[in-house]
Design a binder for this molecule. Structure first.
Ligand code: ADP
Ligand code: ADP
Length: 229
């Protein structure tokens, strides 16, 4: 079994700050991995490097056998759109669009026509129990509702890799659990690989294993599936 996504020797500095200092990790299809660690330890930067959003100064990221950093920018963004889903902590919905249009957007960008795209988008909003936000703009819904709409938007394309940075931060514990069950479902039923940053042990409890990041270095907790067999 080869990992779907892997990073090795990742280094990234912002000015004087060494955000990543040789971090490495692997992610397999069908697993949920939680990235934990103190604030400022480099968790988000690790996620961004693996997702091809931030270019590390050293190290490499491989996705499905291909080196992400060696890909032309245009190809890398196309890959992000077709294969990756993202949930970030803040301000990710387009304020001018309704929540339904926001969720349908990635499908529209993939060339899906409006009706089928909006039909699927509505299903995902319902699944996250925020169907009543469909015709509202992000500024007219609560933080938790917006977060759930953003999660619907990340899942609507059935990504092969889902990147989530504190996805349950704005949610109460019941909705946090619902979201985690959807993530686990995406992994176990559709074979997605889910990588999430969280500081909540209750959220990490849904994962198959944990990666702990400290001072830009990563450490595995628990075994990768290839070693578990
Ligand atoms: P975590 O997600 O664990 O809180 P981050 O990866 O966000 O950590 O940040 C690691 C370090 O890099 C922190 O010291 C943070 O301040 C710094 N950092 C992250 N992104 C930037 C940026 N865009 N510009 C400057 N410093 C940054
Ligand atoms: P959540 O757990 O989804 O964040 P809240 O407890 O914040 O929900 O909000 C409860 C209800 O109040 C929501 O169903 C929503 O309709 C309404 N609400 C909360 N914040 C806002 C807001 N900023 N604008 C409009 N309605 C809001």
């Amino acid at each position: 079994v080869t990992p779907l996504l892997s990073g090795t020797g990742l280094r990234k500095t912002f000015g004087q700050t060494q955000a990543l200092d040789g971090a490495a990790m692997e992610l397999y299809s069908g697993e949920v991995v939680a990235v934990m660690g103190p604030s400022g330890s480099g968790k988000s930067t690790l996620l961004h490097c693996l997702a091809g959003i931030v270019q590390p100064e050293a190290g490499e990221v491989r996705y499905a056998g291909r080196m992400l950093s060696a890909m032309p920018d245009r190809e890398r963004s196309a890959l992000r759109r077709t294969d990756f889903g993202f949930v970030f902590q803040f301000g990710q919905l387009v304020p001018e669009l309704t929540c339904l249009e926001n969720v349908a957007l990635p499908l529209r960008l993939d060339g899906v026509r409006r009706r089928p795209a909006e039909k699927l988008a509505r299903e995902w909003l319902d699944r996250l129990e925020v169907g009543d936000t469909a015709d509202k703009r992000p500024g007219e819904v609560s933080g938790g509702q917006g977060q759930r709409a953003a999660i619907a938007r990340a899942l609507v394309t059935e990504p092969r890799v889902l990147f989530a940075d504190e996805p349950t931060g704005a949610l109460d514990s019941l909705n946090g659990e619902r979201v985690m069950r959807l993530f686990v479902g995406a992994a176990k039923e559709s074979g997605a690989a889910v990588l999430l940053v969280t500081h909540e042990p209750r959220v990490a409890a849904y994962s198959d294993r944990e990666i702990v990041v400290r001072d830009g270095k990563s450490r595995q907790v628990g075994f990768a599936p290839v070693l578990r067999r």
